[in-house]
Design a binder for this molecule. Structure first.
Ligand code: G3I
Length: 380
């Protein structure tokens, strides 16, 4: 048992055994429970945005006051071919959010994943020039941010530019533009919408070396006189990591020291075993064939494992509440366990249980564990 206090575990175990199936309207709303602390958001898949999953949008409207597009606002989805934009799904999410007074985070303007090959190639298929790549980046950001100006109030401007050791990730952006591509992206985004909240987003930012790498990078952006408002700590955690929640607290404090608010932008806590520590983050370049020894809960989530997860979520929220002045938002990377990237990464075809709502849209022990921190308990 990793650093869990016994009382926390016992409480969580009690919740796990007694997590009641309550009517949705009787379930406390996360956005209300934490209204004095930070916004509570959720990532939506395209099928959910388009209303193709019964019950989901109703639950989202009741529970959350912020939304992020899991995929439909990525470059490959918005501009798959140069100059041809597909706005339909992104428009639908922005409209849904407006109808329910939810804050939208645009995810993401610049990433090395889900970016079409044409972006980095010239007409002959050779690496594009620095000037042409900057022009393409400028065109994309102005088209996207410009379209949603005043409707999308925060943007993940740059996603995952730093390695776990704090060095710059070797991507086409880095190779063609150099390290200053990060500053350029923020400069362009601020030009496109000077009032939007601009975030740098990455995973495993509890790691001291990675934290220090991002601090260095953010200082460079600030030194260039370019606007950056916050850091997105994605929050893809497990039952054993972060090993020490003080590391998470230290990262929030370090970013606050730069005048940057923290948001937990993609929170989930996987319960499945990780084949190796290489899989603690979210490096999609890693993926493995299914091995059933790492897929132990195909028949359901055992109560003792649910209790461990509930205790871990409680630990995370204890840190966030203790630093609420420096935390702007907590967004879950999915509505329920049945639609989570963790069912497919780092190993395809697994059955994970990383979120607060189960596959039947019911609140889990983890849900009651986090709202319990604000004195909210299941109705008798
Ligand atoms: O939309 C295409 C569809 O047209 C095509 O037929 C299908 C089969 O190839 O692929 C579809 O795109 C998939 C997309 O999800 C939408 O479903 C991509 O292949 C698939 O790789 C993509 O996975 C997403 C992943 O990012 C890569 O973009 C996951 O759903 C999403 O949860 C995950 O989220 C990332 C964050 O953006 C950044 N932080 C890490 C996090 C987890 O990896």
């Amino acid at each position: 048992m990793n650093r869990l206090t016994r009382s926390t575990f016992v409480l969580a175990a009690t919740l796990a055994l007694s997590a009641p199936a309550v009517a949705e309207e009787a379930t406390p709303a996360l956005k209300d429970v934490f209204a004095d602390d930070f916004r509570i958001g959720v990532a939506l898949g395209e099928h959910q945005i388009l209303g193709r999953e019964p019950g989901v949008l109703g639950l989202v409207a009741r529970q959350f006051n912020a939304v992020t597009a899991e995929n439909v606002m990525k470059w490959a989805e918005l501009q798959p071919v140069e100059g041809d934009y597909d706005w339909a799904a992104a428009d639908a999410m922005v409209d849904f959010a407006a109808d329910h007074e939810m804050r939208v985070t645009g995810h993401t303007l610049l990433w090395h994943q889900q970016t079409p090959d044409w972006v980095f190639e010239d007409a002959d298929g050779n690496p594009v020039s620095r000037e042409q790549l900057l022009e393409r980046l400028e065109n994309h950001i102005h088209a996207v941010v410009g379209r949603y100006k005043d409707r999308v109030r925060s943007w993940d401007v740059v996603n995952e530019a730093v390695n776990d050791d704090g060095s710059m990730r070797d991507t086409p952006w880095y190779r063609i533009l150099g390290e200053d591509y990060v500053t350029e992206a923020f400069r362009i985004a601020a030009e496109a919408d000077p009032t939007a909240t601009l975030l740098y987003n990455d995973y495993s930012l509890f790691l001291p070396a990675k934290r220090n790498g991002v601090v260095r990078l953010m200082k460079k952006v600030q030194a260039a006189g370019v606007k950056v408002d916050g850091v997105g700590l994605q929050g893809h955690y497990g039952l054993g990591h972060p090993e020490d929640m003080q590391d998470l607290a230290d990262s929030i404090a370090a970013f606050a020291g730069l005048g940057l608010k923290s948001s937990i932008t993609e929170l989930d806590i996987a319960v499945l075993p990780f084949p190796s520590p290489d899989h603690f983050g979210a490096d999609l370049n890693v993926n493995m064939a299914l091995n059933e020894q790492y897929n132990p809960y195909t028949e359901g989530l055992p109560a003792d494992v649910a209790a461990q997860q509930a205790a871990r979520y409680r630990q995370v929220f204890e840190v966030l509440l203790a630093h609420a002045d420096d935390v702007e938002r907590v967004t879950f990377w999915g509505v329920h366990d049945g639609h989570s990237w963790k069912n497919g990464w780092p190993m395809a075809g697994r059955t994970d249980y990383p979120l607060l709502f189960d596959r039947q849209l019911q609140p889990k022990a983890a849900f009651w564990s986090v709202v319990g921190l604000k004195g909210v308990t299941p109705a008798e």
